[in-house]
Ligand binder design. Sequence first.
Ligand SMILES: *[C@@H]1O[C@H](CO)[C@@H](O)[C@H](O)[C@H]1NC(C)=O
Ligand SMILES: *[C@@H]1O[C@H](CO)[C@@H](O)[C@H](O)[C@H]1NC(C)=O
Ligand SMILES: *[C@@H]1O[C@H](CO)[C@@H](O)[C@H](O)[C@H]1NC(C)=O
Ligand SMILES: *[C@@H]1O[C@H](CO)[C@@H](O)[C@H](O)[C@H]1NC(C)=O
Ligand SMILES: *[C@@H]1O[C@H](CO)[C@@H](O)[C@H](O)[C@H]1NC(C)=O
Length: 948
Amino acid sequence: MANPVKYQCLAIAAWVVLLLPFCRAEPSQNTEAEALLKWKQSLGNQSIMSSWVNPASNNSTASNPCKWLGITCNKVGNVIELNLAYTGLQGTLLHLNFSSFPNLLRLDLKFNKLTGPIPADIGMLSNLQFLDLSTNSLNGTVPISLGNLTKVVEIDVSRNGLTGKLWSGLFPDGTSPAKTGLISLQRLLAQTTMLGGRIPSEVGNMKNLEALILDNNYFFGPIPPSLGNLSKLDTLRLNENQFSGNIPRNFGSLKLIDLRLFINKLSGPIPEEIGNLSSLVVFSLAVNNFSGHLPQQMCRGGKLVNFTAAFNNFTGPIPKSLKNCTSLYRVRLENNTLTGNVDQDFGVYPNLTYIDLSYNRLRGNISSKWSECQNLTVLKIAGNMIDGKIPEEIGLLKKLGELDLSYNQLSGEIPTQILKLSALSSLILNNNNFSGYIPMGIGGLPELQKLHLSSNMLIGRIPDQVGDCFRLLSLNLSNNLLNGTIPHNIGTLSALQNFLDLSHNLLSGEIPPQLGDLKGLENLNLSHNNLTGTVPDSLGKMLSLSAIDLSYNCLEGPLPDSNAFRSSPPEAFSNNKALCGEIHDLRPCNSTSAKRNARDTDHKLMIIVVSAVGSLFFAIVILGCIVVYFCKYRRNQQEDEYPLRSKNLFSIRNFDGKVAYEDIINATDDFDDIHCIGVGGSAKVYQAKLPSGQVVAVKKLSSPTEGMEIEDLKSFTSEIATLTEIRHRNIVKLYGFCSHGRHSFLVYEFMERGSLANILSSEKGAKELDWAQRVKVVKGVAYALSYMHHDCMPPIIHRDISSKNVLLDSELEAHVSDFGTARFLKQGSSNWTTVAGTFGYIAPEFSYTMAVTEKCDVYSFGVLALEVLKGSHPRELIPSLHPSARQGIQLQEELDPRLSFPRDQKIVADLEAILKLALSCLCADPKSRPSMHGVSQILELEMRMGNN
Ligand SMILES: *[C@@H]1O[C@H](CO)[C@@H](O)[C@H](O)[C@H]1NC(C)=O
Ligand SMILES: *[C@@H]1O[C@H](CO)[C@@H](O)[C@H](O)[C@H]1NC(C)=O
Ligand SMILES: *[C@@H]1O[C@H](CO)[C@@H](O)[C@H](O)[C@H]1NC(C)=O
Ligand SMILES: *[C@@H]1O[C@H](CO)[C@@H](O)[C@H](O)[C@H]1NC(C)=O
Ligand SMILES: *[C@@H]1O[C@H](CO)[C@@H](O)[C@H](O)[C@H]1NC(C)=O
């Protein structure tokens, strides 16, 4: 009896055993579904997971997850892939029970809004091959259990938290934001959440790992040598972290293709074994503290494309293998102490686009071989010991945009073939021994922005054609032997901004009054020449000028009375023939004729010697002159006193002379509402088409001059006059002010697309203003504010930055309107000096200090920038802006939902930069806010930087 029972039991057992593999899927699928639903529940309501229910019944435990969005199963129904990348997913991973997914192969959650730590039980995903959690806001450390993922092939946890790229980036000119005074931004960065900590040495257990990508986080400590055991590792990106210590020696036995270590705190020599890495394509070591020699066999495999080692302390020779490394595309070795020969140690690189060897100890001369690198756009070998001539073949580099050979010992003439470089934007040859003439056709370089030829031995005249380089931002021809006069058409270089330096030459003749047209110029140096005559009055009207040096010339007569002249040190005017003026220690111009005064000075000694009587007589003459002058001055002053009381106040300046008050009245049908294009808090704005065809915007005021004191009126009109002089591409041009018995109005440039507020409030407008356009808008406003705060003396504060005051032209480029006028545009205040401002944009300190500073504009800018990102006023965000509340702020959440999340990494980085800057502008403490100069500089750098 016992036997059949036993047999039966065995049979059942065998059947169970046989059947088991086929039945297993069911229960495991259920636990997977349960685990997923539990996670879903913890995340709250997320539309992306709406398919995560059983389609047949509402019984969720029995549901089939294989049909859910983002889930992939194998044939027997086990979840093998969870992919919710780019879905805007929010929340944490804390409630995802990893132990329920023993079959999971891929986990891809990149580009979401996940926060919190990576849970330790991620180590339970024992079959996982692919893990991508990049571009989220995860924080905490990497769990040691990651070492249990022995099958994993790729791990990417890069860019968690807002990226650190902007703040630690390698800037083109080697400066860092710390130097620009934006410490508060760095502090902000330290507060943002991100992954960090040491890398556990257990990563060495992931024997199948091919790619480990940890860049743009806050990892520190040494690079674990156990990584050297990962024989399949080909991609290792540790860039932009805080790693320290050496590169482990055993890395030489890896098969690395892509090794990025730039921007860390690594030090010590590069192990010579790295030269064994014959598959290397990308190798970047820039911005660390490495020392010693570069491995000689760098390019052993002949595959190296991008190689950067800039800003370290490398010594010794240029690696031998670079010479025949024809695969090179981008090379940066600047700012080390490398030795070698620019001719012999380098070869011909058909793909090379960018090479910077500046500030090393390289010798030799520039051979014509370089001209065979046909794709070169940037060639920089400044600050070495190169001699010889620039070869004529340089003209063959058709794509060359930047040539910097400054601070070497180059000689000979600047070859005229340089004029063939039609893409050249930057020609920097200063501090060499160049002789001969400045090439005559220099104006034929249409893209030229920087021309620096100072400290050479150039002779001859400054070619007139220089005036044709209409994009020129800085021109430095100082410390040469140039003679002749200053070409007057230098005055047509309207883009000139940074400096115009012609000092230490042999220039003669008068200063051309046209220089006064350089409204954007900040520094003007004409010192140490033989310039004669008087200083043109027009130089007093250079709005942006902050420093001027006219010393050591033969100038005479009065100095213009402007801030630049007043704020420059007395030495800036010393050693001239006879300058006079009310400023510094100069003699006052107390004679009707400055020339005569000057001559008098020259002869004074003689006069005294020749005759005391003559001298006395002369003194009487001078006294007479003074009396006459004063009387005249008083009379003029009296005439000046009542210009505003004359019957028609009409001061349209810089405007087509034919335009008259009547034209505007006619064009608007006496301010008929059909011409009204907007109503501000204080004024109605009309569109007026003038008889000339020109369209202008007319802002009608309720007579702001009414009841004003004479003094106020005077400063009012002089202020308007100044404002009409301002030219900046991001500031709405004010043509003038017009007042009559009945009407007062301001005449502005017409902006086709109206206000930013209008565009953002319409669905169509918001869509049209895409991410790239919005980045441009924020930049434009930043530039305008920076210009008015820092390039105008005295600084001009807007006081009412809001989306209503930012207007867009037909290209959707931003122009700030009402600059400098905001304070008298507000109606209902008897005193026009009271401050304006729009609710929701006003800096908090204003309510208790009532003091208007630039930092109030900075605050309003912060609000505006967030508004541009969000598409609406960021109300909820602002009250919570104490630093701790900022930690959770993430880009994805702050973007306008009407536009889809940008796919372009560059745009994402730009938007992140703007978000970060905007938040720092909203600091409650005005002192912690950056300056607009800092903001626009960072935006500029961010946009230009692109990559390492
Ligand atoms: C859902 O299904 C499971 C098993 O299939 C069952 O145990 C449970 O009672 C069901 N729940 C409901 C609410 O129907
Ligand atoms: C990782 O593996 C070790 C032993 O190999 C084990 O003790 C530990 O529990 C595992 N951790 C996880 C999170 O799976
Ligand atoms: C991670 O961020 C959260 C806030 O988002 C914070 O509460 C937590 O302390 C952070 N954890 C670490 C380890 O920084
Ligand atoms: C080399 O660098 C350039 C510019 O940074 C980049 O566009 C290119 O993709 C890089 N090449 C490789 C192989 O990574
Ligand atoms: C660079 O290296 C030199 C010599 O190897 C050393 O004297 C110097 O201190 C180093 N500089 C830095 C900044 O590490």
